[in-house]
Design a binder for this molecule. Structure first.
Ligand code: CUA
Length: 161
């Protein structure tokens, strides 16, 4: 093989993956965003005034909105969630409407698709299905002050009888 051809093949061996990798990533992103419906938790509304003493956040809690469907109105404030304990039967689909009463907090529930920020003045809406009975922690994952590491709650998923 001539020397010039070898260099050309080496260049080609680098150029092709450098095109194929970003194209592959873009394809994966498109498939997950549109095909699998994966998206970031969106802004579901505003809370005015931002201390969240208005409906529905003046009465946080769990409401059954249909067969196997629950709505949780949740607030974060230093350094706890309200309600701090949520009980639902296994197989429930839960929609969280959440906001903060003071500073920026976060809400993550490991094991299910709940991961959002709680911003004062803004409503976050996330929906997750709880199939497996057990205890799921609710964790604040945004640094919110001296007792941030203590801020948590729990979701108790009870087995269906
Ligand atoms: Cu609330 Cu960290």
């Amino acid at each position: 093989m001539k020397k010039g051809t070898t260099i050309y093949l080496y260049e080609l061996a680098w150029i092709l993956p450098s095109i194929a990798i970003p194209v592959g990533m873009l394809a994966a992103l498109t498939v997950t965003a549109f095909g699998a419906g994966i998206h970031l938790p969106s802004v579901a509304g505003r809370v005015e005034p931002p201390n969240a003493q208005v409906a529905p956040f003046d009465k946080p809690g769990v409401t059954e909105v249909g067969p196997g469907r629950y709505e949780v109105v949740l607030t974060g404030q230093i350094w706890t969630f309200t309600p701090a304990e949520i009980r639902i039967p296994a197989g429930s689909t839960v929609t969280f409407l959440a906001t903060s009463r003071d500073v920026v907090h976060g809400l993550i529930v490991p094991g299910v698709n709940v991961n959002t920020m709680l911003l004062p003045g803004q409503v976050a809406r996330v929906t997750a299905r709880f199939d497996r009975p057990g205890e799921y922690p609710m964790i604040c994952h945004e640094y919110c002050g001296i007792a941030h590491h203590m801020m948590g709650g729990r979701i108790i998923v009870e087995p269906r009888s």
